[in-house]
Design a protein around this ligand. Structure first.
Ligand code: 13P
Length: 266
């Protein structure tokens, strides 16, 4: 049993087609067993959702999701994939608004909010990503950006909808760069998000994962902060052995007795 509920989410991005996903699952299953309070989520490329769901079906602690979906159930959206299509092959989750979607593909706050609402209506869990770029951070605009991104969601969701939402804080400057936020940085932004939700009348405690260069060497120290409910991992989730080790180390993290972050003076 983990000390608290923890989610370990693997975002494979554009890696692992069907054969590779199946081979991954076969090995991964020999390296891990279900642990009470621990959820293991996988976001493979869309073509591998079916095969991975099938391969993991004996493990209720493992859920598979899409990396991106359209908000419409069908229609003339070339290249798009809808929520009914991914659920048909086993998806129970979807990432929404990953920074690569926002920054490389121009996804807007409004589109992110529409996708989130569509996922909720369809009964799958949206894992919605927020986070600032390096320029925004250096310009002292982190809080403003996060509040804007959360604001778009607040505008389209009811207070009750938040019961089924999971958020990920992924600072864009930390993704794939080897630079990760310190445990205190991450804890402070998670706290900020919770305060903002609370200010806007959201009463439920929304789980928030941290993402950005998480690896098996830093996961335990990040998860000492009670503000983090898990991690969302790209590069370090791509091998079954490495991902299982990261999960194992993170699961053993002890929450610091002092709780949150150390306030920096000045
Ligand atoms: P890395 O773990 O490779 O930095 O990627 C993070 C990420 O974008 C997960 O969604």
């Amino acid at each position: 049993m983990t000390e608290r509920n923890l989610t370990f989410a693997a975002n494979w991005k554009m890696n692992h087609g069907v054969a590779a996903a199946r081979a991954f699952a076969q090995k991964f299953l020999t390296h891990t067993s279900p642990v009470e309070g621990r959820r293991l989520w996988f976001f493979p490329p869309a073509v591998s959702i079916g095969a991975l769901s099938e391969a993991m079906k004996g493990r209720p602690d493992i859920w598979v999701g899409a990396q991106n979906v359209h908000w419409e159930p069908k229609g003339a959206y070339t290249g798009g994939i809808s929520i009914p299509m991914v659920t048909e092959v086993g998806a129970r989750l979807t990432l929404v608004g990953h920074s690569e979607r926002r920054h490389l593909f121009g996804e807007t706050d409004e589109q992110v909010a529409r996708k989130t609402r569509a996922a909720l209506v369809a009964g799958i869990t949206p894992l919605v990503c927020v986070g600032e770029t390096l320029a925004e951070r250096d310009g002292g605009r982190t809080e403003q950006v996060i509040v804007r991104q959360i604001g778009a969601l607040l505008g389209m969701l009811t207070a009750g909808d938040w019961r089924d939402v999971v958020l990920a804080y992924e600072p864009v400057w930390a993704i794939g760069t080897g630079k990760n936020a310190t445990p205190d940085d991450a804890a402070q932004i998670h706290e900020l998000i919770r305060m903002e939700l609370g200010r806007k009348g959201v009463k439920v405690k929304v789980p928030i994962l941290y993402g950005g260069s998480v690896n098996s060497g830093n996961v335990a120290s990040l998860l000492t902060r009670p503000q983090l409910n898990g991690v969302l991992v790209g590069g370090a989730s791509l091998t079954p052995e490495g991902w299982a080790e990261l999960i194992d180390r993170g699961s053993k993290a002890k929450v610091r007795p002092s709780g949150g972050f150390d306030m920096v003076e000045g």
